[in-house]
Design a protein around this ligand. Structure first.
Ligand code: T46
Length: 134
């Protein structure tokens, strides 16, 4: 499985650091939605779904967490612990998020507005969808 990570430019000086993320420059899709996940405890697992259309970039802007990616054939665990690094997740990829550190903030840039119909939340359905649509 190919893991696509994006590196963002950090502008640092004696005042601190700043990272700017621009559509068209840093992100391969139009950003229609931004959300962030926080106050998630270490032993909690989230996600457990895939998307039919949605593309996203996940950035752990504070702390760290792990992302399990599963394309139906292969699984991979990605550690997100750098605020200048984004993980691209395209459609048809099962994902789970876990091992959130204290104060972890997972920022997500999304290519579409929220649409529950785009989710596949049942693993067997995900596998059948992959078989029938690839
Ligand atoms: C994903 C991973 C990385 C909204 O009302 N609007 C939104 O834009 C989102 C993302 C969620 N919600 C509501 C729906 C649920 O009632 O917020 C609640 C929690 O959502 P969910 O259980 O889907 O959260 P996660 O952390 O399991 O998954 C989220 C995204 O939903 C998903 O697209 O890829 O983060």
């Amino acid at each position: 499985m190919e893991i696509i990570k994006l590196k963002f430019n950090s502008h640092g000086d004696e005042r601190g650091s700043l990272i700017a993320i621009e559509e068209g420059l840093d992100i391969p899709f139009s950003i229609k939605r931004v959300y962030y996940v926080f106050d998630t405890l270490k032993n909690v697992h989230r996600g457990f779904h895939s998307h039919k259309k949605l593309e996203q970039i996940l950035i752990c802007v504070s702390g760290s967490c792990k992302i399990l990616l599963d394309d139906g054939k292969e699984k991979s665990i990605v550690n997100l612990d750098k605020n200048d690094e984004g993980l691209y997740i395209g459609p048809d990829m099962w994902r789970e998020m876990f091992e959130f550190s204290e104060n972890a903030i997972l920022l997500v840039l999304a290519s579409e507005v929220y649409e529950e119909n785009d989710y596949i939340r049942d693993y067997d359905e995900f596998i059948s969808y992959r078989i029938n649509n690839n």
